[in-house]
Ligand binder design. Structure first.
Ligand code: C2E
Ligand code: MG
Ligand code: MG
Length: 647
């Protein structure tokens, strides 16, 4: 009599697995669906095995027991061997290679051995070569049972080789868990070989499934807890599989450019509802279009969609999608909170074929297209000069630092009261041997994130001090030169010491230099900056606040900082073409005057704007209306001509 206790123990294990699957909602997506099917089929196979075992016990079989034994044995052979095939499909799905077997021919090829097996089982009543049941002593193996073993072994071998080949991109735990199915089947076959009455195979399989659910299908590991959608980490994992397996895919990135503000405005819970509703609308669209897709969320507001269907074009559906989101989120958007999307489609591998590039692209693409453009395609962006520069920034920066590829330009600043140019802003320029002019808007943030801003900042200070020393700027009517300080420079404890050394080296007085800092600088490094600001201002330096009007401008804080001047950003100037924009500018100037700050407005391009700002009481004007930033010699010639009437 066979020992079926292990088989019985497998039943609660399968039930726990299935319950867990439903409770954790890991039922969507091909891999999850296959896993649910696998657990169900295995549970039924176990039940049929136990049934046939129990029925065949206890002597002569009556008619009913004979039929039950036969039915459960047929079911057992079909289902048990079916799980091995299903598991292979599950492996393809979990490692994202199902696309390789999309073609019907390949599916049939994989299924063929199983079809042979099924045919031999189903034709058993004719030949009884697989098994037969007698009324006297129940179940007997037939000679052809070997076919079943050989076919199953074939699937096991293919699966084992396949998992072995996936080691390079699977985490160790996940890899072992997926392999455990075959290892445990192997162990159980050996146990059954030595102890032929011990039925342990189905139990071993259930334990392997448990390993998979514990170590592989882990929603808590791949879910973004803030919105309950698959996370950025899961996106990275899936992308990695796509790249390693060379799977063609289409990725759509939806980036909400004002996510942080909307999240703060709505609060965590309402923001979550907003994002989930948007994800639901995307889901509806994909269902309608019969698309297989996966969605991921990155904090604070990016959605990534991976489509297996390469022909799907989101563009014609975008307007409809936006309006249905608007419909479904009326009560949120009516409060004035509206997430503003920027959408980009990336084809892998045509547009980008490298994991880091795709991840980086998802974070940067909206800065590489015109601000108003909602939809873009990576194929258009990757050929743009700015993108090529962004991607090659490491080389560009190291070339520039090694070969001193930087040069300082100067943009004159006009005083409305004095009616002449009284200062200038020093602006760095990078002329690369390969790409030509590279905008500081691109390379300054890149240098900051790569820890290369200090040598650049040192070059800027040195060059400006030298410029002031070599040219008697006072004679030209210039009071000082403005220098931009980056966040990292402000964090340097020895910044005042460095500045002191330059003063002495070039014999330049502190009142000839004005240091520009930004509010973001202040937000990030408040404490250290306070110390540096105090020491430098004790040494006689004056400070300007750059880019006022971008970010979170806070008047109270501005009034407390040792700032003499405020530079109003170009974006506020651009806004002056509307009534509201005019009011904002007028009131900003008014407020700044009230707290006794001097005002420079940047980005003035026309006479009309100049006149309007003059009427509003602005002190200084900087912009293309007067001059673009110029190389040192051209700048000197400009000021001589404009201020002194020479040349
Ligand atoms: P910023 O300090 O706000 O500099 C003003 C920017 O506005 C300059 O861009 C200038 O060329 C541009 N601009 C001035 N008037 C007009 C105008 O009428 N129309 C338009 N369209 N633009 C105008 P630039 O030189 O490209 O510099 C961009 C940013 O890069 C600067 O913004 C600053 O944040 C940074 N940067 C530039 N040079 C340096 C530097 O030496 N050190 C540091 N740390 N940052 C720098
Ligand atoms: Mg500046
Ligand atoms: Mg500025």
């Amino acid at each position: 009599m066979n020992n079926i206790y292990f088989e019985i123990c497998a039943i609660p294990v399968y039930i726990i697995i299935m319950l867990t699957t439903f409770i954790r909602k890991t039922t969507k997506g091909l891999a999850n669906e296959l896993f649910v099917a696998l657990s169900g089929v295995s549970l039924i196979a176990t039940l049929t095995d136990i049934t046939s075992e129990m029925v065949c016990r206890g002597g002569m079989l009556d008619e009913t027991r004979y039929v039950v034994a036969n039915v459960s044995l047929y079911l057992y052979f079909l289902l048990r061997n079916g799980t091995v095939v299903l598991y292979l499909f599950f492996l393809f799905a979990i490692t994202r290679t199902s696309y390789l077997i999309h073609k019907m021919r390949l599916k049939v090829l994989i299924m063929a051995p199983y079809l042979v097996l099924a045919l031999s089982v189903l034709s058993n009543p004719l030949h009884h070569k697989i098994f037969y049941v007698t009324n006297e002593d129940g179940y007997h193996r037939g000679d052809w049972i070997l076919i079943l073993y050989v076919i199953s072994l074939l699937y096991v071998l293919v699966g084992t080789v396949y998992i072995a080949s996936c080691k390079r991109f699977l985490e160790m735990g996940k890899w072992l868990a997926l392999l455990s199915m075959y290892l445990l089947i192997f162990v159980s076959v050996i146990v059954q070989f030595f102890f032929s009455d011990m039925l342990v195979e189905m139990y071993a399989t259930s334990i392997a499934f448990l390993m998979v659910i514990l170590l592989v299908l882990r929603p808590e590991e791949i879910t973004d807890s803030s919105v309950g959608l698959p996370s950025w980490k899961a996106y990275q994992t899936e992308l990695k599989k796509i790249i390693v397996m060379k799977q063609p895919a289409q990725i759509t990135v939806i980036r909400f450019i004002n996510a942080n503000e909307i999240r703060t405005y709505l609060g965590e819970e309402r923001y979550r509802i907003y994002v989930v509703r948007i994800a639901d609308e995307i889901d509806q669209l994909c269902r309608k279009e019969r698309l297989s897709y996966e969605i991921f969320f990155e904090h604070p507001g990016s959605l990534y969609l991976i489509f297996d269907n390469l022909d799907f074009d989101l563009k014609p559906h975008l307007a409809g999608l936006i309006s249905s989101v608007k419909d479904k989120t009326k009560e949120i958007e009516n409060t004035g909170a509206k997430l503003v999307p920027r959408v980009c489609t990336i084809r892998v591998p045509e547009d980008l074929d490298n994991l880091d590039d795709i991840l980086h692209f998802g974070h940067e693409f909206f800065g590489l297209v015109p601000f108003e453009q909602t939809y873009s395609q990576a194929s258009d962006i990757v050929v743009s000069k700015n993108f090529k520069i962004e991607s090659d920034m490491d080389n560009i920066l190291s070339r520039a630092i090694m070969k001193r590829g930087f040069e300082m330009y100067y943009q004159p600043i006009y005083s409305i009261r004095d009616e002449r140019f009284v200062s200038a802003e020093a602006l760095i320029r990078l002329n690369d041997t390969k790409y030509g002019f590279v905008s500081p808007g691109l390379f300054i943030p890149a240098a900051e994130s790569r820890g290369l801003i200090l040598p650049i900042g040192d070059f800027v200070l040195e060059d400006v001090y030298q410029f002031i020393a070599e040219n008697d700027i006072e004679v030209l009517g210039l009071k000082y030169i403005e220098v931009n300080l980056s966040v990292v420079q402000c964090l340097q404890k020895d910044l005042p010491k460095k500045v002191k050394a330059l003063e002495e080296k070039y014999g330049v007085a502190p009142d000839k230099v004005n240091l520009e800092i930004t509010e973001t600088t202040y937000d990030t490094v408040g404490g250290v900056l306070d110390g540096n600001l105090k020491r430098l201002s004790n040494m006689g330096y004056i400070f300007s606040l750059d880019d006022y009007g971008t970010g979170y401008s806070n008047m109270q804080r501005v009034s407390k900082l040792p700032l003499k001047m405020i530079k109003i950003d170009k974006s506020l100037v651009d806004g002056m073409n509307t009534q509201d924009g005019m009011s904002i500018m007028r009131n900003t100037i008014h407020m700044m005057k009230d707290i006794r700050k001097e005002l420079i407005v940047e980005g003035v391009e026309t006479k009309e704007t100049f006149d309007q700002l003059k009427a509003m009481g602005c002190d200084y004007i900087q912009g293309y209306y007067f001059s673009k930033p110029l190389p040192a010699d051209q700048f000197l010639a400009f000021v001589k001509r404009e201020n002194l009437g020479i040349g």
